[in-house]
Ligand binder design. Structure first.
Ligand code: N01
Length: 531
């Protein structure tokens, strides 16, 4: 088979990969998207566990690059469920005729930069490619974390991971089920599984904060209002620190009185989902303000959960928001059911997985299905799990072993002509992902076009600029309460991972910075380095 030569290879056919393909192909580049799965969708292909849905309103968690698309598409609910998001992405692929350039069932095994030719050599499960540019559109939460539980291979029942859910319908009717973990995936799936299963055992290591979604059918009046001024509505995203419209609040919790706070928190609890953290401007900046919101949320758990002991176990003890806040549809209520049992892993650690279930605190739980809802090797895992080699054969995994460094979350030193979409050092997971990835797609596409128009062959970041940038990322985080607990934002969920805080906090200053960098001919990046 002859070696295929392309201008750009994109890895991943999720939200980012699809838009990149459309954008770069429209600019006249030869492009292919390489996708491991047999379908497009990325995160929304793999995470099809019961109850999976977005927790940013769909009118914002959607593309804005095409006015006709955003006018034509109708979301059926405020927060759309996974099947509808997948349907939307399939519609986008058909509408812009994207499928013909996506290679499904194809896994990237390695990517190696050939310094002599200034080309990337990509080895896939289906053959080899040569490309000028490689764009990693591999997602921030796409490398599932499977803890090394003793005896995991011995389990003989149905084994599932929320981050790699099968495409076939999974039915838990008349089954006993165990789920390990209480992050967003678990919190979304527990109420749905509890309705089906004979019994559900929830194994919790850390109680988590969750705000009710108050999801429901799309309000036609609200939809019409947004569609009548969509560009302006989208602009509001960019003005908010998290890229979410309607969260721009200036009042401080510490300056309000008790009654005022109670009313404000109640309003946000009942209406805002993730925006609960936007009730006041100081919740993520000031420990005292944060504790006011945290204590309100804990009181809510005690109001909802009838058994006082269970309610206490479900009450989180850490700073609210420093682990990703969860949004649910009936999570705490599920623990009022007779068929749901909460097991505290701190008092009853998991000894091992057995052929029938698991041993925790000297007791064996025999279950028909065992679900790991244990999260992801976030932000870097999808990149370091591929054998990516840059200048002098250096591997990305080795370069990042003491911490992931990147300039703006877009470029990595020693890895020329390789871009990451929503990479470490960009707002990514601390923002509304869709506008954030659109921003990166626009930036990367314009950069590649600019290079073509200005006869530049090779672009790369340098150690100095990425050191400086990642220092700033951490200095900004130091001004907040984000570092005050273990979270996947700082790699604490993966034992062998460096414990650095990876997302940049603040969409507006970040957007301003990368726009300025581009306007100044990609200031900080080096072109056509000779040694
Ligand atoms: O994963 P998580 P997730 N033994 O890492 C526990 C996005 N998302 O898949 O906290 C026992 O949050 C771990 O315990 P602890 C969203 O950004 C969005 O739920 O480390 N337990 C924790 O409880 C989210 O944050 C949506 O003590 C172990 C859980 O497993 C991100 O994806 C929906 C363990 C993992 O929680 C990840 O969410 C779903 C062990 N060895 C996901 N190891 C939306 O709503 C881990 N745990 C859009």
């Amino acid at each position: 088979m002859s070696l295929r030569k392309l201008d750009v290879v994109i890895v991943g056919a999720g939200f980012s990969g699809l838009f990149l393909l459309h954008k770069l192909r429209s600019s006249g580049f030869s492009v292919a998207v390489i996708e491991k799965a047999d379908q497009l969708g990325g995160t929304w292909h793999w995470n099809r566990y019961p109850g999976a849905r977005c927790d940013i309103p769909s009118l914002q968690y959607s593309y804005q690059f095409d006015e006709d698309l955003q006018q034509d598409w109708n979301w059926s609910e405020k927060y759309s469920a996974q099947p509808e998001i997948l349907e939307y992405l399939n519609h986008v692929a058909d509408r812009f005729d994207l499928r013909k350039d996506i290679e499904f069932n194809t896994e990237v095994i390695s990517a190696r930069f050939n310094e002599e030719k200034s080309l990337w050599e990509i080895k896939t499960s289906q053959g080899e490619l040569e490309t000028k540019f490689c764009v990693m559109a591999t997602g921030c939460l796409s490398a599932p974390n499977t803890p090394d539980f003793k005896g995991l291979d011995d389990y003989e029942g149905q084994f599932l991971h929320t981050g790699k859910w099968p495409q076939t319908q999974v039915d838990f009717t008349d089954e006993s089920v165990a789920i390990i973990g209480t992050g967003s995936s678990s919190i979304q799936s527990i109420p749905v599984i509890a309705e089906q299963a004979k019994h559900l055992y929830v194994f919790q290591r850390t109680a988590n904060y969750s705000i009710p979604s108050n999801n429901g059918p799309m309000d036609p009046a609200q939809e019409a209002e947004v569609k009548s001024r969509y560009p302006e509505f989208r602009k509001e995203n960019w003005e908010n620190g998290f890229g979410i419209a309607g969260m721009a609040i200036e009042e401080m919790a510490v300056e309000d009185d008790e009654q005022g706070r109670k009313e404000k928190f109640n309003h946000h609890w009942e209406n805002e989902g993730l925006g609960f953290l936007g009730a006041y401007a100081d919740l993520m900046l000031d420990k005292e303000a944060n504790e006011m919101a945290a204590s309100f949320a804990r009181d809510k758990v005690k109001e909802i959960v009838k058994d006082a002991e269970v309610a206490e176990l479900l009450s989180p003890k850490f700073t609210i928001g420093c682990k990703r806040l969860c949004v649910d549809s009936g999570y705490f209520e599920a623990f009022n059911r007779d068929n749901v049992t909460l097991i505290d892993l701190n008092a009853n650690p998991i000894d091992c997985i057995t052929s029938k279930g698991l041993m925790a605190g000297q007791e064996e739980y025999s279950v028909d299905s065992l679900i790991l809802a244990t999260g992801f090797d976030a932000m870097t895992g999808a990149l370091t799990r591929i054998d990516i080699r840059g200048r002098k054969g250096i591997s990305l995994k080795d370069q990042w072993k003491d911490g992931a460094k990147s300039y703006l979350g877009l470029g990595i030193s020693n890895f020329p002509n390789l871009f990451t979409v929503t990479g470490p050092g960009s707002p990514s997971v601390l923002s509304n992902m869709v506008p954030s990835l659109e921003l990166h797609v626009e930036w990367i596409s314009q950069c590649i076009e600019w290079m073509r128009d200005n006869n530049k062959k090779v672009i790369e970041s340098t150690k100095a600029v990425e050191e400086e940038w990642m220092t700033l990322v951490n200095e900004v985080a130091d001004l907040t309460v984000y570092k005050s607990c273990n979270s996947w934002y700082n790699g604490s969920n993966i034992e062998e991972k460096a414990k650095d805080f990876l997302p940049f906090i603040g969409v507006p200053p970040y957007t301003e910075k990368i726009t300025e960098v581009a306007e100044q001919n990609y200031q900080g990046f080096v072109f056509d380095k000779t040694n």
